[in-house]
Design a protein around this ligand. Structure first.
Ligand SMILES: Nc1ncnc2c1ncn2[C@@H]1O[C@H](COP(=O)(O)OP(=O)(O)OP(=O)(O)O)[C@@H](O)[C@H]1O
Length: 374
């Protein structure tokens, strides 16, 4: 596939290079470097307030970085000859006039993008909203508004999709639809960056992850690498668990312990290998249960939530029970930024501006775990 005018084809689809953003005393994003490989569906994850939206806005030229820069296909966004054909973005699925029909809403954009009006109907069909084309968006459910926002991003048939919390408000059927849609989009060689604060929401959708905590990168790499970093266990009901542990150790599997129910908990081995070791040692295996790693737990252990509520209880002065009293509760930067109020006219569809890229920093290596700093 060639990308005439879009920079070298070997370049990542999207790249953040030492991005930082400070709002007054709030450091929303800190020295953030990561890349999104072409053809991937990459999850951009972090708790509320960890800096995801700010980063996406910086990548799309809607917020000027304090330091660092971001590139699309190796070049600044402003250098793209046809930006709407390169990047389609949904940064706020709610920014639709409630009285406008879905078709009318989309037809506001088609002339701006130099597209025929019928493109509006094509993208409505792509997201399954044909039946709702003439209904006012104000009557739409949250999930339907998400689909309409996605339709808007698809207008220019872009090679890169950037979606901020697209699964928000979707029911399980909607999430399954989104998963199939985005995965087939990526199979055609295109690229998807999708943010979420809930790893379970995107676990089945993404193949790569970039995880933020307090504006800093804590992980980037494949979802499989992340699973392997915290392998699951196999619980083994055996006639002689200690003997089985010795047999496994002889095969190099040393991470074993007897669980509270007497079963042997084995980490780093497969059920067939355990059965084979047991057979060689003359130990009878009554049953095995594989316990797969819960990515939600891994995600929570890597990240620190910025918005935590104080414990609630009748007539309890703060600090006498529950969590730690002083530092508990929202940090100083809590509260919606002023910029989020009022109409967000240009937050989705093709970005309109791009800040200058002053600094460059090498990207963090794939699969890197930054130890939860930040
Ligand atoms: N325009 C702004 N002015 C001041 N502070 C801002 C502004 N935009 C974002 N912030 C602050 O920057 C921090 C990161 O916010 P951001 O919206 O990027 O996080 P997020 O990870 O997208 O959160 P969420 O999942 O809740 O959408 C927050 O503390 C937020 O209050």
């Amino acid at each position: 596939m060639s990308y005439p005018g879009y920079g070298p084809p070997s370049a990542p689809a999207l790249e953040a290079r030492g991005l930082s953003k400070t709002f007054g005393s709030i450091q929303a994003v800190r020295e953030l470097s990561f890349s999104v490989q072409r053809g991937s569906v990459t999850g951009f994850l972090g708790p509320n307030g960890s800096g995801k939206s700010t980063t996406l806005r910086m990548m799309l030229g809607l917020v000027r970085p304090t330091t660092g820069d971001a590139v699309v296909n190796g070049v600044p966004y402003t250098s793209l000859a046809h930006p709407s054909r390169v990047v389609g973005a949904v940064l706020d699925a709610q920014s639709v006039h409630p009285k406008r029909t879905a078709r009318h809403h989309l037809r506001l954009f088609t002339p701006v993008l130099g597209l025929p009006d019928q493109r509006a109907d094509e993208v409505l069909a792509l997201v399954g909203l044909t039946e709702a084309a003439d209904r006012p968006a104000g009557q739409f459910s949250l999930g339907m508004r998400q689909r309409l926002a996605l339709a808007t991003a698809l207008l220019g048939d872009p090679e890169i999709l950037v979606l901020d919390e697209p699964a928000n408000g979707l029911d399980p059927e909607g999430i399954a639809w989104l998963r199939d849609f985005l995965r087939s989009y990526a199979r055609s060689g295109r690229t998807v960056l999708v943010s979420s604060h809930i790893i379970r929401e995107v676990e089945q959708i993404v193949d790569h992850l970039v995880i933020l905590s307090y504006g800093s990168l804590v992980y980037q790499g494949s979802i499989d690498q992340l699973r392997q970093m915290r392998p699951g266990h196999v619980l083994v009901a055996a006639s002689d668990p200690p003997a089985l542990a010795v047999a496994l150790a002889a095969r190099g599997v040393t991470d074993t312990r007897i669980g509270p129910d007497g079963r042997l908990v084995v980490t780093g081995s497969s059920e067939p290998d355990i059965s084979s070791a047991a057979a060689d040692a003359g130990v009878t295996v009554f049953g095995t249960t594989a316990e797969h790693i819960d990515l939600e737990q891994v995600f929570l252990s890597m990240t620190t939530s910025q918005y935590v509520s104080a414990p609630v209880g009748p007539n309890q002065p703060q600090g006498q029970w529950g969590g730690p009293p002083q530092q508990y509760g929202p940090p100083q930067q809590y509260g919606p930024p002023a910029q989020q109020y009022g109409p967000p006219p240009q937050q989705w569809g093709p970005p309109q501006q791009w800040g200058p890229p002053p600094n460059q920093q090498p990207p963090t290596q794939p699969g890197q775990w930054n130890g939860g700093q930040g």
